[in-house]
Design a protein around this ligand. Structure first.
Ligand code: PNS
Length: 188
């Protein structure tokens, strides 16, 4: 019997409950699912690829047919390398569709044997994205219920470090003369 292996490529910075929902759905229809984190040197990510990998490994520990990997270069080349037949992508709303369609058709042009399969996460995650999670956390909002507990904790740690750094940086910028009145210019 033919076994279908799929890859689920993405940035996962950080992985969210929406990603987890899609992984769970994908694990039910594919025999094997590889969550593939893009190593993108151009982006300035919140989490290193190693951190993202650890978080995803922990989140997916309960799924026997799901594994985590990293890749660079073209998604289609990676898919062929790991002998996958399909690319899984999530579509949350119509707004995702145009970009996802463009990518799917480009990937088909590059590698006609590969199929892109779109799945929809639960409606309760339809507004959820890694970018919004980062933004809400950075501005002090709660991200509980948006990401798994472990990710929430890691994001909070990141924000604490960032705040401490920002405060330290501010203090470091203070010169010993700060706070004292400016020395008066010598009258010539
Ligand atoms: O989670 P993201 O950021 O929406 O994922 C986008 C991703 C990683 C799937 C896409 O950027 C990608 O496939 N990048 C690898 C390079 C590539 O294959 N580019 C051509 C895509 S048509």
């Amino acid at each position: 019997m033919k076994r279908i292996k799929a890859i689920y490529p993405g940035s996962f910075d950080p992985p969210t409950n929406g990603h987890l929902d899609l992984i769970e759905r994908g694990s039910k229809i594919f025999d094997e699912l590889v969550v593939a984190i893009l190593r993108n040197p151009e982006k300035d990510p919140l989490f290193s690829v190693a951190d993202r990998r650890k978080m995803l490994e922990s989140m997916t520990a309960g799924f026997d047919n799901v594994s985590i990997d990293t890749f660079d270069g073209l998604t289609v080349d990676y898919a062929l390398r790991v002998e996958a037949q399909a690319i899984l992508r999530g579509i949350r709303a119509i707004s995702d569709y145009e970009y996802e369609l463009q990518m799917a058709l480009m990937n088909r042009k590059l590698q006609p044997a590969l199929e892109t399969v779109f799945m929809m996460p639960a409606e309760k995650y339809s507004y959820l994205s890694s970018r919004l999670v980062r933004e809400v956390a950075q501005l002090g909002g709660s991200i509980a219920c948006l990401v798994p507990e472990l990710v929430e904790q890691k994001v909070r740690e990141k924000m604490d470090i960032a705040h401490k750094f920002a405060n330290g940086d501010h203090a470091a910028r203070k010169t010993p003369s700060e706070g004292k009145s400016k020395p008066k210019k010598k009258k010539s």
